[in-house]
Design a protein. Structure first.
Length: 133
């Protein structure tokens, strides 16, 4: 990648591809469809956003369901943090938030798995120590 302009162009191109195939492109690889060049002769391997990845492969509806689910998870985590759950849940929330921001920049699937691990720790901690209302 050459910088922010390439990333913005990649996002715009991915959105255009999603609009052309609203049910998704699965199982065709992203690199084969996008045909953007990084300057070193290799095409982009993924759209660098979990939401654009879901939209590209599976269409708008799964991408919106994923977005709604993650926003609900973040809202619940923030609500629990405001009610002062245990330290483990707070650290898991901070880790998830940081990883969530980072994965939007990288877009690599393994980054999503790390964020899900933080979310699992938070959910496990929240189940052991439910917030009082």
């Amino acid at each position: 990648e050459q910088g922010g302009e390439d990333r913005g162009g990649l996002y715009a191109r991915t959105l255009a591809l999603i609009a052309r195939a609203p049910a998704g492109h699965f199982p065709v690889p992203f690199a084969r469809v996008i045909a953007l060049d990084r300057g070193d002769g290799e095409a982009y391997g993924y759209p660098h956003s979990i939401f654009l990845s879901a939209g590209f492969y599976f269409g708008w509806i799964p991408a919106l369901v994923l977005l709604a689910g993650l926003l609900t998870l973040v809202a619940r985590m923030l609500g629990d943090l405001l009610r002062r759950p245990g330290l483990v849940a707070e650290l898991a929330l901070i880790g998830f938030g940081a990883q969530f921001v980072f994965m939007q920049c990288s877009g690599d699937f393994s980054d999503y798995l790390v964020a899900l691990a933080f979310a699992a720790v938070w959910l496990g901690s929240a189940a052991k120590h439910p917030a009082t209302r």
